[in-house]
Ligand binder design. Structure first.
Ligand SMILES: [Zn+2]
Length: 241
């Protein structure tokens, strides 16, 4: 029974590690809703920010154009003084007027651009406030969650050390076989056999094998589910006969 007792210990340690790991996997789910809300608001902020940057650039561009045209008008006016013929003079005046008119149209464009600019600027500030509100909460939860994940990692690490310690007391090939059964049989690799049946799969165990279980200190497995089985007396057997 010595080896079986060690296997039972090993199973216990492995089950604990498995439970901890499962609980750890669930932690990020607690914050999943908040995470997607954060991502949503971040995306919405970035989209408006992008639009704002584009408008800013368009505004600068428009202002520069208007400035250039104004300079052009000023230069043309200065040139008027040195013009000799009437024909040239009127041609120049016409050109100046044309430039001025184009600039009036540009100024109109700039005005509507500025209206949009201010709207988007305001919208951006609102999105920023929304984002800040969620990102503050999200950050706090992340700190809490990271701390809890860290605690889980510590405990899982301790169990892994304990598992190595227990496993070292057994033959490595037995440990490997045991681990394989543990994985395949959903964390239950060593079970009692009572009243001629396996407590893992509840199938009957032949009397020959059952008798061996009672007598020998060898590892036996259930012919049906392959779990390691050990004899356990029932109340009736212990008190009866
Ligand atoms: Zn079985």
């Amino acid at each position: 029974m010595e080896q079986v007792k060690i296997l039972i210990d090993l199973q216990e340690v492995m089950s604990q590690a498995r439970r901890l790991d499962e609980e750890k996997q669930k932690i990020p789910l607690e914050v999943a809703d908040l995470k997607s809300l954060f991502e949503e608001r971040e995306a919405s902020f970035l989209a408006v920010e992008q639009e704002f940057e584009t408008l800013k650039q368009q505004r600068r561009e428009k202002e520069r154009e208007i400035e250039e045209e104004r300079d052009k008008v000023e230069r043309a006016k200065a040139k008027l003084m040195s013009i000799k013929t009437n024909k040239e003079y009127y041609a120049m005046l016409k050109e100046i007027e044309g430039t001025r008119r184009t600039n009036v149209a540009r100024e109109e464009e700039l005005l509507s651009l500025l209206v949009r600019y201010e709207e988007v600027e305001k919208g951006l500030a609102e999105r920023k406030a929304d984002l800040d509100e969620v990102s503050g909460r999200y950050r706090e939860r992340r700190i809490d969650i990271d701390a809890r994940m860290g605690t889980f990692d510590d405990n899982i690490g301790k169990l892994a050390a304990r598992r190595r310690q227990v496993a070292n007391r057994l033959d490595p090939s037995l440990v490997r076989r045991f681990e394989m059964i543990f994985e395949r049989r959903d964390g239950l690799a060593v079970v009692a056999a009572r009243d001629y049946s396996c407590m893992g799969c509840h199938m009957n165990i032949a009397p020959q094998l059952f008798n061996l279980l009672q007598r020998e200190d060898r590892i036996h497995t259930c012919p049906n589910c392959n779990r390691v089985v050990y004899y356990e007396a029932t109340m009736i057997e212990a008190g009866g006969e």
